[in-house]
Design a protein around this ligand. Structure first.
Ligand code: FAD
Length: 563
């Protein structure tokens, strides 16, 4: 892990680099020409220039050994700069991941050392034309080359699809079926039989290079088999999902905020109906405030998961990574889309950038696992917890939130508790009515679980902020007072969503009788959840006033009240 000072220096250098090399005009032109600026990507990874990839590489391999928290902050900043270029940098990180988790010490030194010292670019070659979400369906093969009984190499054959850096990387991690099962290999550019197609003509992240790869009996020596043992590939890929999905989550966060950071100043200057848009509640409370709230809620989940990874939490935190990715990338997409609306006709043009951000951020709900796969991952894992605890898991979590509410009565922990209790009831009804046999219900549960857990997590973050105990590298976009209000707003939304959508899908799947319906509705505490919405408008006013620098209004009102 690096010091706070080093992280801040890296963030500052990144910002300056972006300002100098990637001003809006350059980005618009690159986007229109559909071009990846390879020189910029290489300069970002050049240890003698920006050297941002050093942060991702362990210290014993020549890097700076940044932790998950550091990497999240850098990924957020890179995405705010340009998501296409951020993707190119991330591809090197993803490509080297199988090495980080599975390689022999010699392989690590060699390849991670090359990334640190020479700034070589990597690509991550997992996806195939017929194997996307279901990587188990991969068809690329790695055939052993034998000299008697001795394995003297492998011949890799197959096709890879949608590979970031596919046309520009120096080395590639390729997942292939060896006789012992799916296995990662390192293949270098220019290897005989190895070729890439022309870059894809994409909807967004047009500043990143994405290309298909073809491997025709590409020969590699046995030392290119990552870890030296066949059949570890899918395990190695899964071992880092908690971590890598956190980075894509940070991309959603960075891009979503980048769009809002354009919409907010625009709305202070745009006069309609005689006053700036920023003074119109119907505008701010629909297009700006809810997006900020959802992004900060997702940030809470990202930060907590990053802290747990850095503290050496047991397990891969796959589900937590999935929740963070799901919440942050969905929030980032909505924020960018609403920012187009916030700029009206100007938002719909290239010049104002929000439409580019919106096209770019769209990829974050697709790569590193689509949102639907995230919903499935979350739902399946937490369903097991529900069963193992005989339905008590989320009631227990709700009780934790209730205890937090006693210490911090103004952070919405009571509303989060309502969401968690309702979730436990919805899951239990799904169990008794065997509703998870409907895949749609299973996936909707994934969404409700993500919302309820995020509400509880955000309340914890707000509580820590009040105690002055936030992580020293935590984002400081909002202070403790702002976080408390954001937490209340989000927890209200989560509680309402869990109860009403839970009720909807249970009814849709089970078709309950009137009496069953009444008892189920009661168990969800719907009246309390509806009453919890009191104060929502005032809280949204507070956030709007904070964003637009009108917070003194509240201070003045508080003073007047005290008098
Ligand atoms: C620009 C770009 C860059 C990429 N970079 C890389 C890279 O560097 N390396 C790499 O290996 N891959 C990369 N990918 C691939 C990416 O990870 C896959 O596109 C993604 O995992 C989805 O796979 P797919 O495209 O085959 O879609 P599919 O898996 O066919 O999914 C299509 C749709 O069906 C849904 N779906 C799939 N399975 C289920 C199911 N069981 N139940 C319900 N719904 C389901 C999905 O959510 C999605 O909405 C990249 C893709 C793009 C577009």
């Amino acid at each position: 892990m690096i010091s706070k000072k080093t992280l801040n220096l890296s963030l500052k250098s990144l910002k300056e680099f972006g300002k100098k090399r990637l001003p809006d005009e350059v980005r618009i032109e690159l986007d229109e020409r559909d071009e990846c600026p390879v020189d910029i990507v290489r300069d970002m990874c050049d240890p003698d220039k920006l050297g941002i990839q050093l942060l991702f590489v362990p210290e014993d391999c020549g890097g700076m050994g940044g932790g998950a928290f550091d990497v999240y902050r850098i990924c957020e900043a890179m995405a705010a700069m340009d998501l296409g270029i951020a993707t190119s940098v991330l591809a090197t990180f993803l490509g080297s991941d199988p090495l980080t988790v599975g390689a022999t010490p010699e392989q690590k030194k060699l390849w991670l050392g090359k990334i640190a010292d020479e700034g070589i670019l990597f690509a991550y070659g997992a996806t195939e034309p017929d194997a996307g979400s279901d990587l188990g369906a991969l068809k690329t093969t790695a055939e052993r080359v034998l000299d008697g009984d001795k394995i003297i190499g492998y011949k890799i054959s197959g096709l890879k699809q949608w590979i970031s850096n596919g046309g520009i990387a120096d080395a590639y991690s390729i997942l292939a079926n060896a006789p012992g099962g799916p296995t990662w290999f390192v293949v270098e550019k220019g290897a005989p039989g190895f070729s890439h197609d022309k870059p894809e003509n994409k909807h967004g992240i047009r500043t990143s290079n994405t290309a298909a790869l073809a491997l025709e009996s590409v020969y590699v020596t046995p030392d290119r088999l990552i870890g030296g043992v066949e059949g570890q590939g899918l395990l190695q890929a899964q071992a880092v999902f908690g971590y890598t999905r956190l980075m894509v989550a940070a991309f959603g966060l960075g891009a979503g905020w980048a769009a809002l950071d354009r919409a907010v100043p625009y709305s202070t200057k745009r006069i309609q109906g005689g006053s700036p848009l920023s003074e119109k509640q119907g505008y701010t409370h629909k297009l700006i405030v809810p997006n900020m709230v959802r992004l900060e809620a997702a940030r809470a989940y990202i930060e907590e998961t990053a802290e747990r990874i850095d503290a050496g939490a047991e397990g891969s935190l796959n589900t937590e990574g999935a929740i963070a990715k799901y919440m942050a990338t969905e929030a980032g997409n909505k924020a960018a889309e609403d920012s187009i609306q916030a700029l009206g006709g100007y938002g719909y043009t290239h010049e104002y950038m929000v439409e580019k951000i919106s096209r770019d951020v769209r990829i974050t709900v697709i790569y590193e696992g689509t949102s639907e796969i995230m919903e499935m991952t979350i739902s399946r894992d937490r369903w097991q917890l529900h069963l193992k605890t005989r339905g008590q898991h989320y009631h227990d979590k709700a009780r934790e939130s209730e205890r937090l509410h006693l210490q911090h009565p103004d952070i919405g922990a009571d509303h989060a508790a309502l969401a968690l209790h309702a979730l436990a009831e919805v899951l239990e009804r799904c169990r008794t009515a065997r509703l998870t046999r409907f895949q749609h219900v299973l996936l909707r549960l994934g969404e409700l679980i993500a919302y309820a857990e995020t509400a509880a997590c955000l309340a914890r973050r707000a509580a820590r902020a009040q105690e002055g105990k936030l992580h020293e590298k935590a984002s400081d976009r909002f202070d403790a007072a702002g976080l408390a209000v954001i937490s209340r707003i989000f927890a209200r939304e989560a509680a309402l969503k869990v109860a009403e959508e839970g009720l909807r899908w249970v009814t849709a799947g089970a078709g309950v009788s009137d009496s069953e319906m009444a008892s189920f509705e009661q168990s969800l505490a719907l009246p309390a959840i509806h009453r919890a919405q009191a104060g929502l408008i005032a809280d949204m006013d507070f956030i709007a006033d904070t964003i637009y620098g009108r917070a003194e209004k509240h201070a003045a009102a508080a003073v007047a009240l005290q008098r």
